[in-house]
Design a binder for this molecule. Structure first.
Ligand SMILES: C=C(O[C@@H]1C=C(C(=O)O)C=C[C@H]1O)C(=O)O
Length: 325
């Protein structure tokens, strides 16, 4: 079962049985690809609410050390050592926040479909999804686009999105440099594939309780180069770092968990477009707990306390929209 809503749309979609392969979830390390086959069709709110999506996995005692502010601070300092040693601009570190439902409401049950609808309402310009497949349940949604290809005129759009602050704070060099690293990376790749690259000015993108810096790109490309562009772009320094193989190794050795679909991407093919959405502000759900995946760009200027707060604020995208009844 997959339900999704495209950015700035009020129509919900699902897939109706057919062999057409239209939506794929690609993991951060690109080793896992979860394909959803079917023809895209609209689904009503009532039909969404009548779906029974509940985690099947038995409640089990999970032996996972809860990430604390202190343990995360240690990882941030390891990330800084890695940045210094390898002379990097940034490294994107993340945590898997463990949310026990019993801590929230022991009497009531989590409604995933109602949570999804509330989440969609809170983030109208995000691509939002909820899926259940092979016993796994994931929900998420964000406005970061890795690629949008218009089949009618071969135009390709992407964005550099990074830097995070609470809404009332002003940008500092730290966020500006962090986002610039992403912009330069995207530019260097797109220039290889197009001679008419257009780059916008950098603007704020407001996402719930926080804001980011965003630069838009558009270019005419040949349809044959689309797959290559996406595989060169992913993972961008908005979710990993540059050089990407070295940074992905560093991330693995510091984070100590599998990012799975977090910071991967979702490919959605419609009649006119092929979209690639960056899979952020997402969580995987189990019987009595969820993992909320959240991260942020670390630079030598990072302050551990602020980085923790940033991940807490990002986790509210999911957490504040969970509905128990
Ligand atoms: C890594 C995440 O977000 C990404 C990293 C950002 C940052 O470092 O400031 C901002 C937006 C996203 O590109 C996340 O939400 O977990």
């Amino acid at each position: 079962m997959l339900i999704f809503r495209l950015p700035d749309s009020d129509v919900f979609h699902t897939l109706e049985a057919s062999q057409e392969k239209l939506v794929s979830f690609v993991s951060f390390d690109t080793k896992t690809v979860l394909d959803f086959k079917g023809t895209i069709k609209a689904i009503s709110i009532e039909a969404i609410e009548s779906q029974n999506i509940s985690p099947k996995s038995k409640s089990q005692l999970i032996e996972i050390a809860k990430e604390t502010q202190e343990s995360y601070a240690l990882k941030i300092s390891q990330a800084k050592d890695f940045i210094e040693k390898n002379e990097l601009k940034k490294l994107v570190l993340s945590r898997r926040k463990l949310l026990m439902y019993l801590d929230i409401d022991s009497e009531k049950k989590l409604s995933l479909t109602k949570s999804f609808l509330k989440f969609c309402d809170s983030y109208p310009s995000a691509f939002c999804y909820l899926f259940e497949k092979n016993g796994e349940i994931w929900m998420g949604g964000f406005s970061e686009v890795l690629g949008k290809f218009d089949k009618r005129n071969n135009s390709f759009q992407t964005m550099s999105l990074a830097g995070t602050l609470p809404l009332d704070e002003s940008w500092t060099d730290k966020e500006i440099e962090e986002q610039k690293a992403v912009t330069e990376y995207i530019q260097s790749i797109l220039r290889k594939f197009s001679s008419n690259l257009k780059v916008s000015s950098t603007k704020d993108l407001i996402s719930g309780n926080i804001k980011h810096l965003k630069t838009d790109f558009s270019a005419e490309i040949s349809p044959e180069s689309l797959d290559k562009i996406i595989s060169e772009l992913h993972p961008t320094p908005a979710v990993c770092g540059f050089p990407k193989e070295l940074c992905a190794q560093g991330i693995k050795s510091i984070e100590h968990f599998n990012r799975e679909f977090y910071a991967g991407y979702i490919k959605v093919e419609t009649e006119d477009f092929i979209y690639y959405f960056v899979n952020l502000r997402c969580a995987s759900f189990f019987k009595n707990y969820a993992f909320l995946f959240v991260g942020g760009g670390i630079t030598l200027k990072s302050d551990a306390e602020k980085e923790w707060q940033e991940t807490e604020l990002k986790s509210m995208a999911i957490q504040n929209n969970l509905v128990f009844e």
